[in-house]
Design a protein around this ligand. Structure first.
Ligand SMILES: Cc1cc2nc3c(=O)[nH]c(=O)nc-3n(C[C@H](O)[C@H](O)[C@H](O)COP(=O)(O)OP(=O)(O)OC[C@H]3O[C@@H](n4cnc5c(N)ncnc54)[C@H](O)[C@@H]3O)c2cc1C
Length: 478
């Protein structure tokens, strides 16, 4: 009797709960991955992310083969196709049970319920496990057994629960199986319908590479993370988000490494480690939220009253934002980083999201979608959380009256204009002061520079428009 392990956003052999449990006994294990091209397109997966998934899958297949586990790669274009394809694979390979790690988005949960139902009907077993977070969604609740909707108390309770559990113990890769069932199947190099940016030069695939990134980060940059993390011109963060999003590394591996670098402490000790652990908890917070509030996966605002906001229809403004030609250098540099590399620094995600939702007053859902379509680390929970925070429509979001001034933000996070120069080379010759507000230069000094003369919108006027609109819908300051 063999066990089938269905890999999804958990493309690794180390600390993979479903795989480890499947390998707990002596029975053979078979792996399967479903290429869901049509569904991925509907979920706005970026080509750069699909490419990283495929290359990581190739690496996973090689590692599994060393463990005497064959990875089968099948097509199930839509989630609705998954139950049929999986039951067929189980029968074909003589597997009596299916193990998988849970995903918490609405469509993924519906798919998994349908799979469990189809297995039951076929007289087989299908079991899901919590693996995507350190603390399982639903396990960190208020005294009234409700989900937390504010980050700081969530973090406090999360740390208490993690401590109570005795820390984190990532599972090792399973031991080599006695014999292989089935034969490994080739991983495609492309998926139909995904064209555009791929950056294998920036995003190496595979769990080993992800572990290497983690190791380098905790041995070096983590110590100065607190002071460097808001400066996009410095390589101050871990850049592990693409690997966490596809599960080439687990949050437990990340947390364990940070705790080891900080003598086992969560919220005291080295400031860089403490801050980094806190960011990992933000990730957990947003995952717990989508599990508790499914409407977040359905394009709805967390704060229902904000559905009354009259967002502007401004296709030209939106195009300028997407293409990095708003006339605000920090916004344009950031948007170009996104479309050229598939990734954007966190401070810049906040600045550009605020710019779209506050300065341009364009619906956050348009920005959320554009990010998803371009991010190598696109993850519904984190992306939605970040967008609703910026738009002041979400849980524990930025209060609507705290509107970033893009120029002050630019001066604070890129004081010498290093980052701007990298992505907006048209402005490279301007001095460290002028580069943040080129529209203030006299026409003579701007001659020969191919860059918008004025920003697409006046910040002071835009700010007033947002405040008026939030007041109209009854927004309170407290
Ligand atoms: C508008 C907006 C959209 C975003 N979209 C995504 C997305 O699609 N996918 C994604 O993984 N992150 C998203 N984030 C969160 C954050 O910007 C990225 O996780 C971070 O920039 C990744 O870089 P890093 O791996 O170097 O992070 P580090 O600073 O090294 O942090 C380590 C890990 O902690 C988590 N983390 C860090 N900051 C945050 C945060 N603010 N919120 C939630 N988790 C965090 C990430 O998993 C990250 O990899 C978004 C933020 C905003 C404001």
């Amino acid at each position: 009797m063999a066990t089938l392990v269905w890999f999804r956003a958990d493309l690794r052999t180390v600390d993979n709960t479903a795989l480890a449990l499947a390998c707990a006994g002596d029975e053979p294990v078979v792996g399967v991955f479903l290429i869901a091209g049509d569904q991925w397109r509907r979920h706005d997966w970026a080509t750069v992310k699909v490419d990283l998934v495929l290359r990581t899958l190739g690496e996973l297949s090689r590692r599994l083969r060393e463990l005497n586990i064959a990875l089968l790669v099948r097509r199930a274009d839509r989630f609705d196709d998954a139950p049929g394809v999986l039951v067929e694979v189980a029968r074909e390979q003589g597997c009596t049970r299916l193990f998988f790690n849970r995903e918490y988005e609405v469509n993924e949960r519906r798919r998994d319920e349908a799979v469990i139902g189809a297995f039951e009907e076929a007289g087989l077993e299908a079991l899901g496990f919590d693996d995507q977070t350190v603390m399982a969604p639903g396990s960190v609740l208020t005294k009234e057994l409700r989900p937390y909707t504010v980050f700081t108390p969530f973090k406090k309770a999360w740390i208490a629960a993690a401590r109570e559990r005795g820390g984190v113990l990532p599972k090792k890769a399973p031991a080599v199986r006695a014999r292989m069932v089935g034969a490994p199947e080739p991983v495609p190099e492309h998926v139909a319908g995904f064209t555009g940016l791929v950056r294998p030069d920036l995003w190496s695939g595979g769990e080993e590479h992800a572990r290497d990134r983690l190791k380098k980060f905790v041995r070096g940059r983590i110590a100065s993370y607190k002071q460097d993390r808001d400066t996009p011109g410095i390589n101050g963060t871990s850049v592990l988000s693409p690997y966490l999003a596809i599960g080439a590394i687990s949050p437990r591996q990340c947390l364990k490494a940070a705790l080891e670098a900080n003598e086992g402490r969560y919220d005291e000790g080295n400031a860089g480690c403490v801050q980094w652990i806190s960011e990992l908890v933000w990730r957990e917070f947003y995952k717990h939220l989508i599990a508790a509030f499914p409407r977040l996966c359905m394009g709805r605002a967390f704060k229902p009253e904000t559905e009354k906001l009259r967002w502007r229809e401004d296709d030209e403004g939106f195009a300028a934002w997407c293409e990095g030609r708003t006339g605000v250098p920090i916004v344009d540099a950031a948007m170009r980083q996104l479309v050229q590399t598939g990734w954007m620094h966190n401070r810049l995600r906040m600045i550009t999201a605020m710019y779209l939702t506050k300065d341009l007053f364009i619906d956050w859902r348009r920005g959320e979608r554009f990010f998803m379509q371009n991010l190598v680390d696109g993850d519904l929970a984190q992306n939605n959380g970040g967008w609703q925070w910026s738009a002041s429509t979400g849980t524990d979001a930025a209060p609507y009256f705290r509107i970033f001034n893009p120029v002050s933000q630019s001066r604070a996070c890129d004081p010498e204009g290093k980052f701007i120069r990298r992505f907006v080379p048209e402005l490279a010759r301007l001095d460290d002061d002028a580069i943040h507000e080129p529209w203030r230069l006299p026409p003579m000094a701007r001659r020969g520079i191919d860059y918008p003369e004025q920003p697409v919108v006046d910040h002071a006027e835009a700010r007033k428009r947002v405040l008026d609109e939030f007041k109209r819908i009854g927004g309170r300051k407290a």
